[in-house]
Design a protein. Structure first.
Length: 233
């Protein structure tokens, strides 16, 4: 691929083609999930990142020995929806209560010396509330509608897909933006010198949760949702 073609390609497309690019974007502070519809050039300009340097790093992936990775973009979308439920939804449902507890705990214990922890706890409480409803809606409404259109091409299910995806994109923006804010105010989950073991566990879980959320939202925003919309329109 030429450099010109690459810089005009969207972030989401690049990661969908080779998920190893996600690590490059993460290191550069570029959002490849909620911001996946931006071109590489635009995303780099917004973050004041050297477009040419990042392009070289991405193109080097083509020359490196490929590592095993799922071919998500070529999966049947019903199978992809099931994978998202069984992998990412299960992880989120297991981890949300743990993080609500830990973020509130460290805010209570360390909040006087580190007032940003109170904001972290508040933000994660909202993430928890939003995602619980979001996952339920996907599992009970959107994903069954996708399967119904694939099986019977039902007009009502097509309408459901359009309505739900429009709303869910906004919910992804909220959750992703809240995690970005948590990352920012914790300075990339840096534990201060007076941080206890609970502090360390909370920040490690938050970072892991953010990484999983990025993959989760990428699979939906950049692969599943566009294919579902093609079915519905």
């Amino acid at each position: 691929m030429t450099t010109e073609a690459l810089i005009n390609k969207t972030i989401g497309q690049i990661v969908a083609d080779d998920y190893r690019a996600a690590a490059i974007f993460k290191s550069a502070g570029i959002d490849f999930c909620c911001g996946g519809n931006k071109s590489l050039e635009l995303a780099c300009n917004e973050k004041n990142v050297d477009t040419e340097k990042l392009s070289v790093e991405i193109k080097e992936l083509e020359l490196s020995t490929p590592t095993f990775q799922h071919d998500f973009k070529n999966w049947d979308i019903a199978f992809l929806a099931d994978y998202i439920v069984n992998t990412h939804h299960k992880y989120v449902l297991k981890t949300l209560p743990e993080l609500v507890f830990y973020t509130q705990k460290i805010a209570d214990v360390h909040g006087d010396n580190h007032p940003e922890l109170k904001e972290v706890a508040s933000l994660f409480f909202e993430i928890n509330r939003e995602l619980l409803q979001h996952l339920k809606q996907e599992e009970e409404v959107l994903f069954p509608a996708i399967k119904e259109v694939m099986k019977n091409n039902t007009p009502g299910a097509k309408t459901t897909i359009n309505v739900e995806i429009s709303r869910m994109n906004g919910e992804h923006e909220f959750a992703g933006g809240a995690m970005d804010k948590i990352n920012e105010i914790t300075k990339g989950y840096a534990v201060p010198a007076d941080g206890c073991n609970t502090y360390k566990v909370a920040f490690k879980l938050l970072e892991e949760f953010e990484d999983d959320l990025h993959t989760h939202v990428h699979l939906e925003n950049n692969i599943l949702f566009p294919k579902a919309l093609q079915l519905a329109n």
